[in-house]
Design a protein. Structure first.
Length: 374
């Protein structure tokens, strides 16, 4: 009886202290993703397995349940413990990333995944990103070392190491995403704007010449070429199909199951999910999804202004910016504003690694925005 009471007390304290509105938006975004996974993947499964089942949907549902457990665990622990154990998890995620070239699984000429017994085809970078934000924030807000440029340099070398590992896969989209996260965090921490501009210019120059000169990045060069040359290119054809689907869907869409993009473009349920949704449910559905994202971002940013600790502010800004930029890149690719990157839409796209990553970010956000007990 005493044990039941203590468990109930634990749940009650957790529920009492978390920001219920942010939690509700997170759950609503996950439910939205589940709904569109159900209505947009049944035909894909039928084609691949020659049967009428809901394999993709049930896998998505399983990962969402796992994600909710992760959210609960991360949001319920003490903030001090979160910051204490995050560097350990970060080191573990780096080891996983280092293992990709050795035991990684190659898909579409890219080696980005490793097969774990409990989580087949897991993408280590999705685990790296949330804890990279915490690690950089801890470095920049450290009181132990006062030399701010030394902090910048240390955080830069960590980010560069991850970028090199990503470039070797190759995965330029995620490389740019983590460099953006690093740039944003050091900018918020008070860096000289000239120093930031010069360092960013140098990085992009190195990246540009690497793409142009090394055969390893030939596929990226092809994607960029096909983006600007509308007459040729497989990736350009995919983007054209995606934007055609958005146009053909109109304001209110063709109806559930009436879309054709999911049968014409590989990985439509991940990389082009926003086009699939727009084709079947119309631009109105996309506007509602964007509205949910904006409410979520605004709710977190509003909480940041109430925080006093620098590390908490940095982590919250880093987490919410990562979600926002990834969503913008995904939508930008779908409307042919950017070249194809293979970036998923947070909360909505199918994919175990993506759901686990966004769940970690959500758990961290809920932990740092919950009411503190004095």
């Amino acid at each position: 009886m005493e044990k039941k009471r203590s468990i109930y007390s634990f749940y009650y304290e957790w529920w009492k202290n978390i920001d219920k509105f942010i939690f509700f938006i997170i759950i609503l975004l996950f439910i939205t993703g589940l709904f569109f996974s159900l209505v947009s993947t049944s035909l894909i499964v039928s084609d691949k397995l020659e049967t009428n089942d809901y394999t993709f949907f049930f896998k998505h549902l399983l990962f969402v349940f796992l994600g909710i457990i992760i959210i609960f665990l991360l949001s319920s622990i003490n903030e001090t413990k979160l910051f204490k154990f995050s560097p350990i998890i970060f080191i573990f995620s780096l080891i996983c990333l280092l293992l990709v070239p050795i035991i990684g699984v190659e898909v579409n000429s890219a080696q980005r995944w490793i097969d774990l017994y409990f989580l087949p085809r897991f993408q280590p970078i999705e685990l790296v990103k949330p804890f990279l934000i915490i690690s950089i924030s801890l470095i920049l807000s450290s009181k132990k070392y006062t030399n701010i440029y030394l902090k910048y340099l240390f955080s830069f070398f960590i980010t560069l190491m991850i970028a090199i590992l990503l470039a070797a896969q190759p995965d330029i989209g995620q490389t740019l995403l983590i460099f953006f996260s690093w740039s944003l965090l050091i900018f918020i921490s008070g860096i000289n704007i000239v120093f930031l501009t010069v360092s960013s210019s140098v990085l992009f120059t190195i990246l540009f010449f690497s793409i142009m000169l090394f055969p390893k990045f030939e596929y990226i060069k092809n994607r960029i070429s096909s983006f600007f040359n509308t007459e040729t290119g497989t990736y350009n054809a995919q983007s054209e199909k995606a934007i055609d689907s958005i146009t053909s869907g109109g304001y209110f869409g063709k109806g559930i199951g009436e879309g054709t993009l999911k049968n014409r473009v590989p990985e439509a349920h991940t990389d082009y999910i926003i086009s699939v949704i727009s084709e079947e449910f119309g631009v109105i559905a996309i506007i509602l999804i964007l509205f949910l994202f904006l409410i979520f971002i605004y709710s977190v940013l509003k909480k940041i202004s109430l925080k006093n600790e620098e590390r908490t502010k940095l982590v919250l800004v880093g987490c919410v910016s990562l979600i926002l930029v990834q969503a913008m890149i995904h939508i930008g690719v779908n409307i042919r504003l950017f070249p194809t990157t293979g970036m998923t839409l947070p909360f909505i796209s199918y994919g175990g690694s993506s759901i686990i990553s966004i769940s970690i970010l959500s758990g961290i956000i809920l932990n740092l925005t919950k009411r503190k007990i004095n």
